[in-house]
Design a protein around this ligand. Structure first.
Ligand code: THU
Length: 136
C-alpha cells in the first residue's frame, strides 16, 4: 500500500472516533508485514481511564486476527500539531516491533505529515528482553 493510501485510511477513520469528552478525533491505519491493514479510532469513556487510543484500537484488531508483525502505522489527529503516538501506545507498538523498525507516520488536522521509526520515538525500550524470561 502506498504511503498516501495508508494516510488516507487513517484520516478517514477519524469519522468513526468516539470522542465526546475531548472532541479530539484520531484515526489510525496499521500495515503488517504480510500486507494486511487494520484501522482504528479512539474510543473514550465517561470514566476517562478506559479510553483507548486509535493506535491501540488498530493494534488490538491486528493481533486478535493473528497479525503480530507491524511494519507501518499512520496516525491522523485533528489539531495543528502532528499526532505522534502517546507513551502508552509507543510501548504497546514496541511489543510487535521489538527492533523498533516500525515506521510511524504522524498526520496533523490539515493532512501534513512526517515520519519516524519507533526506535526514534521510544529509545531504550523496555521489552521481553528486559525481563530475561527464558519461557518467552
Ligand atoms: N489519542 C489517540 O487516539 N492517539 C494518540 O496518539 C493521542 C491521543 C486520543 C485519546 C483521547 O481520546 C484523545 O485523543 C485526546 O487525548
Amino acid at each position: 500500500m502506498t504511503t498516501t493510501k495508508l494516510i488516507e485510511l487513517a484520516v478517514s477513520m477519524k469519522k468513526r472516533a468516539y470522542c465526546p469528552y475531548s472532541g479530539f478525533a484520531v484515526g489510525a491505519a496499521l500495515e503488517c508485514s504480510d500486507g494486511s491493514v487494520f484501522t482504528g479510532c479512539n474510543i473514550e469513556s465517561a470514566s476517562f481511564s478506559p479510553t483507548i487510543c486509535a493506535e491501540r484500537a488498530a493494534a488490538a484488531k491486528a493481533v486478535s486476527e493473528g497479525h503480530t508483525d507491524f511494519l507501518r502505522i499512520a496516525v491522523a489527529g485533528s489539531g495543528p500539531d502532528l499526532c505522534w503516538p502517546c507513551g502508552v501506545c509507543r510501548q504497546l507498538l514496541s511489543e510487535f516491533s521489538p527492533d523498533g523498525s516500525l515506521r510511524v507516520i504522524a498526520v496533523d488536522g490539515n493532512g501534513r505529515w512526517e515520519s519516524a521509526t519507533l526506535a526514534q520515538l521510544l529509545p531504550r525500550a523496555f521489552g521481553k528482553h528486559s525481563i530475561r524470561c527464558d519461557s518467552l
